[in-house]
Design a protein around this ligand. Sequence first.
Ligand SMILES: Cc1ncc(COP(=O)(O)O)c(C=O)c1O
Length: 443
Amino acid sequence: MPAITNQGLIARDAASVAGIEKLRFGPFAIQSGEGNTLITEDGRRLIDFSASWGAASLGHGHPAIVEAVTRTVRHMPSASILSTTHEPGVALAEKLLSLTPGGEDRRVWFGHSGSDANETIIRAVEAATGKKRVIAFIGAYHGGTALSMSVSGHTAQSHAAPRPGLFLLPYPNIYRPHFPGHVGEVALAQLDYLLATVCPPHDTAAIIFEAIQADGGLLVPPPGFIAAIAERAQRHGILLVCDEVKVGLARTGMMHAFDADGITPDLISFGKGLGGGLPLSAVVGPASILDRTTAFAMQTLCGNPVSCSAGLAVLETIEREKLAGNTAARGKQIMDGLKKLAEKHPLIGDIRGRGLAIGVELVANRTTKEPAGKACQKIVYRCFELGLLVFYVGMKSNVLELTPPLTLTEAEAAAGLAILDQAIDDVTQDRVPDAAIAAYAGW
Ligand SMILES: Cc1ncc(COP(=O)(O)O)c(C=O)c1O
């Protein structure tokens, strides 16, 4: 084994790990994690304001996950739930059913990632309804598998063709309205027009949406918008599919992000934070849709008991440690702090979010709202140098995404804000050269 040094790991990574699975913002090499911090190869501690895009929901090495995973892996009750059932899988399915709203006769499908969960949903709703059309939103990232990608609407995926029968609507962007008029009403008018013309309800299987559009830039829709979508879906007999992969499970200060909208989706996809860092996803929905033929959406390691144990530990810890309350409190603390930063940093154009799903949109000019993509990249880079890990999203790559672990403490939130303040100052003062970020494409 070569000795691990920062440069060594980066170089070995470049020579061995395929670029198509990378999304890099700097020479970020991590040796270990502890609570809500990560430790770099050269021993520096980073406050984690990303949680690996929300996946490390309980931070790193949470005792509940360590205990559950260790206990299960020692006496593995098989490796899958395909042909033999086991306690961790059934217990997690029961827990998810108890935590989600919906009718009596529902089931849970298990997968490994948000992508396969959304892939399975689209396949299942088409098969169950016999309808070919699907409505989704511009800016949505629903996954990286063929079908989940083909119902997404993100510019980062413009290399992939949309599936036949897909109709994309603008997601309301309050800060940057795409069309004149009220952003919610404009999008709803477009939905109504589609349904009245080329996307008739009798051939429309589902509307898939996020209650907060994450990769599109942490867009929080206006009040009533999601409820109005749900009303249309119900009125027209179209299935309502909510993608809770990034913002679900206590991240927004409520158990589900859609709780803020007072709706009950027909199908819900979970991923990322559900596994607390282990590969795990789930779909919750009616048995009539999810109980399909053998080999319909099978993967050998579906319902892997170790991942299921981790998922159960995550859900129980969210309840036991009242983490939705923590995300609400820490979210308010960070929002208040960001508002103060906005008073002194003209780069900050908009701050939005709910709980610990926060977006900070950076602009070169507050009047023209010209996206400050390069400054955003540099801030992410400088934050890393100063001790904070944070990434960015958005269709213009200019929205810092703050999705720390749900367990973030008050002191960590304050320390992270202080670093962000310094990093924005350093970039504004031109202390980060272009060369520092030149090698990193971001997205
Ligand atoms: C809302 C949403 N859905 C689905 C996915 C896909 O999840 P995964 O990358 O775990 O497959 C993502 C990933 O960013 C996401 O943000």
